[in-house]
Design a protein around this ligand. Structure first.
Ligand code: SF4
Length: 348
């Protein structure tokens, strides 16, 4: 698929826009002022495949913690998420944040915008303007539709461009999938700043996965989108898995384990569901792309999953292990998971 040519910028060592791969973002859920807990969560997210992490900065203590987090082995770039208070932005920029998420139109005075831009220029870091339909100024935009979101983004952008600042990334999020898609499509017809995509306030894992797969997926198929976040109520680790699945399904980033497993039926010879779940749990750390088949019976097993790197299909007296559709050995019943894990270990 042909991707939109957005302006390129860098967040830490991660390239965004241009021809760079679509990057994965998430946000910590610990109090940012708790440096130990936040750093521990960042390490888990980074290990799972998170490229950029965002930290909420509600107060001065949190802003000061950014410096400690950055200087104590934070393995991925950090974006400080600030609302309204320019002083917090200045502390974070000076403390080594790799980017800010702040809307200049929400700062109280024009000189505050100037100070934040100056700090970002000094630190050589970009700003993300994040427009959420739900937090639009209703006095200005009584109807929070796609057009209002884009107009709001353009207003914020104008304030930064006035200060001769162009290291800008934009997000246009809504919990309504269609509004989010329309706003992003509309924006790309007007400006070429890189876009961070996501359906916000998307709900629990199942609903968030569906909404984001449709919203982010539709835009990525249009070639739109430079970074993504699958917003989920729950453990942010789930967001990384979900984002990787979306990118992998579209062939944009072939990483991690893709499962080909049958839905099971009356012919199944073992507990496919449990095997899939346990296999995925125990291979989460694999970075390399592998396609693994777990099929309930030999009737359709090796044939239907012939493009898998390896897989299993069960029969009456055990199972077979196959590679690229060719049976390579027999496995005793009860040894299926172990045989799969042994093969997966070769890809670590
Ligand atoms: S692979 Fe076998 S068990 Fe699985 S759905 Fe197909 S026929 Fe049923």
């Amino acid at each position: 698929m042909e991707r939109r040519k957005s302006l390129m910028l860098k967040i830490g060592n991660v390239e965004i826009g241009g021809n760079a791969p679509v990057s994965i973002q998430s946000m910590t859920t610990t109090p940012t002022s708790d440096v130990e807990a936040t750093l521990a969560q960042i390490l888990v997210l980074a290990d799972a495949g998170c490229d950029i992490v965002r930290l909420g900065i509600p107060d001065t203590e949190s802003a000061r913690a950014v410096k400690a987090i950055k200087s104590r082995g934070c393995p991925i770039p950090v974006v400080a998420d600030i609302h309204f208070d320019h002083k917090l932005a200045l502390i974070c920029a000076d403390g080594g944040a790799d980017g800010l998420r702040i809307n200049p139109g929400n700062l109280k005075k024009p000189e505050h915008v100037r100070d934040v831009v100056k700090a970002c220029k000094n630190a050589n870091i970009p700003i993300r303007i994040g427009v959420n339909a739900g937090s639009l100024d209703r006095a200005k935009y009584p109807v929070p539709n796609a057009e209002a979101m884009v107009q709001s983004a353009l207003e914020h952008i104008g304030l930064l461009e006035k200060e001769d600042y162009y290291e800008i990334k934009v997000s246009l999020k809504s919990h309504d999938v269609v509004t989010m898609i329309e706003a992003n499509r509309m924006f790309t017809r007007l400006r070429n700043y890189p876009l961070h995509l996501g359906v916000t306030e998307a709900g629990d894992y199942a609903q968030a996965l569906v909404k984001n797969s449709i919203g982010i997926g539709a835009l990525l198929l249009d070639g739109i989108g430079d970074t993504i976040r699958v917003s989920i109520t729950g453990d942010p680790l789930l967001e990384i898995d979900a984002a990787r699945m979306i990118l992998r399904s579209l062939g944009l980033r072939m990483e991690g384990v893709e499962i080909v497993s049958c839905p099971t039926c009356a012919r199944k010879e073992f507990d496919v569901e449990r095997t899939v779940r346990e296999f995925l749990d125990r291979t989460r750390g694999i970075k390399k792309y592998i396609k693994v088949a777990i099929m309930g019976c030999v009737v359709n097993g090796p044939g239907e999953a012939s493009d898998a790197d390896f897989g299993v299909a069960a029969g009456k007296s055990g199972a077979v292990l196959f590679k690229k559709g060719e049976v390579v050995k027999k496995i005793a019943a009860g040894q299926i998971l172990e045989a799969l894990l042994e093969e997966a270990g070769k890809y670590r």
